[in-house]
Design a protein around this ligand. Structure first.
Ligand code: ZN
Length: 263
């Protein structure tokens, strides 16, 4: 599932492939993904337009258009991008296809169709109106501590709440808490200051490394829960068994021996 590092990777991919090319036409195969716009408005806005640059906030990608604001993409659970020439193999199933005048195409595919496509006039207002928190790579330690000391929910739930800090999802939150040796059901507001600092530092380090490795999970094998998501595995630290529990509606993996529960 695309979290902050994957979306940063999509941002870099658009920057490398799709900027400054006139859009000849678009195809929309999944109108249910559109927010704040209609098929006609999206088609009118994008046709004849071009991508100028990109901006990421949390798991949202904003592509600045030459005119009329931004194209917003959210990748849901299964979103992916592919830029291709007509002679290359292309994805048969796409939700949005951008056809450039130079004959190349950018396909946005999303098998489970939980992503979003929209037009945004002003990125700051979009983020503010929806109440999203600061980006996980931009929030300061002080801001992080103030926000997490106030929350009386499980730390796992707080980390995944995009309105507190934007960008961390289910899989990265498991890894961050494993590295920090904090049980995912620990209450955010009772965690010692030192533990909150550790969580913050692991969050930055893991997200940054994942970006540097192009969000390639195969290169992140040394991160136990990013690599292995199964119950009953041997914890690399204590050799005890990993557990699976649903926390805040999400499947959470953890080691009950290494990760201390703070209540
Ligand atoms: Zn362990």
């Amino acid at each position: 599932m695309p979290e902050l590092p994957e979306v940063e990777n999509f941002k870099n991919y658009i920057d490398e492939t799709s900027l400054h090319q006139k859009i000849a036409a678009i195809q929309i195969a999944a109108p249910e993904l559109l927010i704040n716009t209609t098929i006609d408005i999206l088609r009118d806005t994008l046709t004849g337009n071009a991508f100028e640059d990109t901006f990421r906030h949390g798991k949202f990608l904003f592509i600045r258009l030459q005119k009329n604001g931004f194209l917003m993409l959210h990748f849901g659970m299964t979103g992916d991008l592919l830029y291709y020439t007509p002679d290359k193999k292309y994805p048969k199933v796409y939700v949005l296809l951008i056809q450039f005048e130079n004959g190349r195409n950018l396909a946005f595919s999303d098998q489970r169709r939980l992503g979003k496509i929209g037009l945004v006039k002003n990125v700051e207002s979009f983020i503010e109106d929806r109440g999203y928190g600061k980006d996980a790579l931009k929030i300061s330690l002080e801001e992080f501590i103030v926000l997490f000391q106030k929350r009386r929910v499980a730390i796992k739930t707080a980390l995944m709440n995009q309105k507190i800090v934007a960008g961390v999802g289910n899989e990265f939150s498991d890894e961050i808490l494993f590295q920090s040796k904090v049980h995912p059901e620990s209450k955010s507001n009772v965690l010692p200051l030192e533990k909150l600092k550790e969580i913050y530092q692991h969050m930055l380090a893991i997200l940054q490394e994942a970006i540097e490795q192009n969000a390639d999970r195969n290169k992140l094998e040394h991160y136990f829960f990013l690599d292995h998501r199964k119950e009953g595995l041997k914890c690399p630290e204590c050799k005890g068994e990993t557990k699976l529990r649903t926390i805040g509606g999400r499947s959470s993996y953890f080691c009950p021996s290494c990760q201390k529960l703070y209540t």
